[in-house]
Design a binder for this molecule. Structure first.
Ligand SMILES: [Zn+2]
Ligand SMILES: [Zn+2]
Length: 259
């Protein structure tokens, strides 16, 4: 069985035919998913929690504010994230982190929102889902300074190199590989997927974004995590079944989900 550790099921592109999306996930052997509750207002964040509540046996949620939306995280929104984070269907805080590639929010706002969400995760005792792009040093530094290791978590949509993965793991963060690992040019990401210790390895889609080869350019959906898992298995010289089982068990452990 496969575990898609990161998808956005509340995105209108998936929400509009969610029943069919979930049926195809089941057919592809995807037993569980984490839907990321991440938007710039409380109502939209709660739509992910609602999806998880309706499918408690196979979907869990996260709540948080994406680095793109960091400028929207005021005290009131922070309190709402904290309250929503206490819900039993919510297994992590995020995605939070730094995105200095798109710079949709000023760096100072991103750093403040990141620190604030690490504090929330520590208060709730729940792990963090980290989004990091073009800010590897800064991300690791903030995780260290805010003592994120107490809760640990996931570097989602891994797009750095093996050295970064090792540094993150020292801080309690496992790496989740997305469709990027199937792209020909992603040599550093492939090397990281090969070298990552087997108990610190996850797979995800980040649907509806970033569909893996052979679906590249199409709308992504949880069923396609099978392509990513197959590529990671190939890189590690494993059969797909063994890789699926390992990453499934890792996900249950990291998110504290009792199967
Ligand atoms: Zn992300
Ligand atoms: Zn995401």
């Amino acid at each position: 069985m496969l575990f898609d550790t990161h998808c956005h099921l509340d995105d209108p592109r998936l929400a509009e035919d969610l029943a069919a999306v979930l049926d195809r996930a089941t057919e592809a052997g995807v037993g569980r998913m984490i839907t990321i509750g991440c938007a710039n207002d409380v109502a939209s964040v709660m739509s992910a929690v609602d999806i998880a509540r309706r499918h408690p046996d196979r979907i869990s949620a996260t709540v948080g504010v994406h680095p793109h939306d960091a400028k929207h995280l005021d005290d009131e929104f922070g309190d709402a994230i904290h309250d929503a984070g206490a819900d039993p269907s919510v297994v992590a805080i995020g995605e939070t982190g730094l995105d200095f590639h798109y710079d949709h929010s000023p760096h100072a706002a991103q750093e403040e929102a990141f620190r604030k969400q690490i504090a929330i995760a520590r208060q709730l005792g729940k792990p963090l889902v980290i989004h990091t792009r073009s800010a590897p040093k800064e991300t690791l530094q903030i995780l260290r300074e805010e003592r994120a290791k107490d809760v640990g978590g996931i570097i989602h949509c891994f797009s750095e190199d093996a050295r970064f993965a090792a540094s993150a793991l020292d801080l309690g963060f496992v790496s989740s590989f997305s469709g990027i690992v199937t792209f020909k040019k992603a040599v550093a990401v492939q090397e990281a997927a090969r070298k990552q210790p087997s108990d610190a390895l996850l797979v995800e889609t980040d649907a509806p974004y970033l569909a893996p080869i052979p679906k590249r350019g199409k709308r992504n959906e949880p069923a396609y995590v099978a392509y990513t898992a197959a590529r990671v298995a190939e890189l590690r010289g494993l059969d797909a079944e063994a890789l699926a089982q390992t990453t499934y068990e890792n996900a249950l452990r990291v998110f504290g989900i009792r199967a």
